[in-house]
Design a protein around this ligand. Structure first.
Ligand SMILES: [Fe+2]
Length: 290
């Protein structure tokens, strides 16, 4: 099969065809995929309708070490590196996370080593009357940094902030009601906050990227709460501007891969619960942000 690449109109996003990931990918093809991700940050490999969880894990391992998500009940039983993102029930229980991607974020930013790339594979996509719903939106984190006024770039230089899974859990539980609010003791099973730079340097391209995640980043170190809240609110609004966006409209069999330093993402919840959406995801351990 010959591999072909098509870039989207904007600065991020590309489509690759001519790969069948039910078989092992060649070294040359993988090098090409890796180069397109570095250049375009978000890449879709279409047509992977027969991709099993084991195929996904094998391909994911080409990128590095897959992470086992802290929310153990949402992981695939046979392949715990695979995390379910869905709105469906199986055997009377919710399958995986029903409310992943509510806020703009970068995957697993609450860990000392957050995700490098994420692979998300569409098994079922919500559709009705020829319309497809549940797009995943992306914002370019380096473009967002570059567009900041110089005085703001100088203001955030050297600042670090707390990124919390525990914080996110209860905020999401209160705002969307899809998960229970947990008390302090129950929250202990999840990791403590990770402290990361607000502007991090991309380990491959060297570009500065904004690295504050709405929903997870909740306090700037060494700053009074009011000032921290207002600076974070400014940065969250800035990242969400349409100027830096790319939207991925899903097809069944799409394998979407993105770079969590170069982009942030958010799911669109624009479909009723009876329209099924079922995805399997692998995240790859990245480097410590600097
Ligand atoms: Fe995510």
């Amino acid at each position: 099969m010959t591999l072909s690449i098509e870039n989207s109109d904007g600065p991020i996003g590309a489509s690759i065809s001519g790969i069948d990931l039910t078989a092992k990918i060649s070294e040359d093809d993988f090098t090409t995929v890796r180069e397109v991700i570095d250049a375009r940050a978000v890449v879709v490999i279409r047509g992977q309708t027969d991709l099993k969880s084991s195929n996904l894990v094998r391909f994911a391992r080409c990128f590095g070490t897959p992470q086992v998500n802290v929310r153990a009940e949402a992981n695939n039983d046979a392949n715990p590196e695979v995390f379910w993102v869905s709105n469906v029930h199986e055997n009377g229980k919710p399958l995986g996370s029903h409310d992943a991607g509510r806020y703009w974020h970068s995957d697993l930013c609450y860990l000392e080593k957050p995700s490098g790339v994420t692979l998300l594979h569409a098994l079922e996509v919500p559709t009705r009357d020829g319309m497809t719903f549940g797009a995943t939106q992306f914002a370019g984190a380096s473009a967002a940094y570059d567009a900041l006024p110089t005085d703001m770039q100088e203001r955030i230089e050297g600042l670090t902030a707390r990124n919390g899974y525990r914080f996110m859990w209860n905020r999401k539980a209160r705002e969307f009601g899809k998960r229970p609010v947990l008390n302090e003791t129950e929250l202990q099973k999840f990791p403590e906050d990770a402290i990361h730079p607000i502007a991090r340097t991309h380990p491959e391209t060297g570009r500065k990227c904004l690295y504050v995640c709405d929903g997870y980043t909740h306090a700037i170190e060494g700053m009074e709460k009011d000032e921290s809240d207002s600076l974070l609110a400014f940065l969250f609004d800035h990242i969400a501007k349409p100027d830096f966006r790319y939207s991925h409209e899903w097809q069944v069999g799409d394998l979407l891969i993105w770079d969590n330093c170069a982009v942030q993402h958010k799911a669109r919840f624009d479909y009723p619960p009876e329209l099924r959406r079922r995805m399997q995801r692998c995240t790859i351990e990245g480097t410590v942000p600097y």
